[in-house]
Design a protein around this ligand. Structure first.
Ligand SMILES: *[C@@H]1O[C@H](CO)[C@@H](O)[C@H](O)[C@H]1NC(C)=O
Ligand SMILES: *[C@@H]1O[C@H](CO)[C@@H](O)[C@H](O)[C@H]1NC(C)=O
Length: 100
């Protein structure tokens, strides 16, 4: 069996196992181009959890970096501190809705 076939099987088994659960992107540092600087992963939302994405922006520079995770009691929020703006958005309408 070639590698692609194994990946497909792995994907299918993951799909079946988590059919009911919401899955989210997880990355602790998302670069401006959307790639993950380290540890790209997938998390499965537990009870009370939603997909979270955080954008950190700076006046003048624009988008600095992002963050993706599963978060319990997630609430949308915008926080401004000096020239920095942090935007938290939560979603649960579909898998991987916290895509950047
Ligand atoms: C989320 O909310 C529930 C119910 O209000 C509470 O029991 C739980 O501790 C909260 N979890 C977190 C991580 O804040
Ligand atoms: C939170 O923000 C997301 C994306 O901006 C939006 O789709 C969602 O409806 C918001 N949720 C609430 C509870 O306001």
């Amino acid at each position: 069996m070639d590698k692609r076939c194994l990946l497909l099987l792995l994907g299918l088994s993951l799909l079946l196992g988590f059919l009911q659960a919401l899955r989210c992107h997880q990355c602790f540092r998302v670069r401006p181009d959307g790639s993950c600087q380290h540890r790209r992963a997938i998390c499965t939302a537990k009870e009370n959890e939603e997909c979270l994405q955080i954008l950190l922006m700076s006046q003048g520079v624009g988008y600095l970096h992002g963050y993706q995770d599963c978060r319990a009691n997630c609430t949308n929020m915008t926080a401004v501190q000096g020239t920095y703006t942090m935007v938290l958005s939560c979603c649960k309408d579909r898998n991987f809705c916290n895509r950047m």
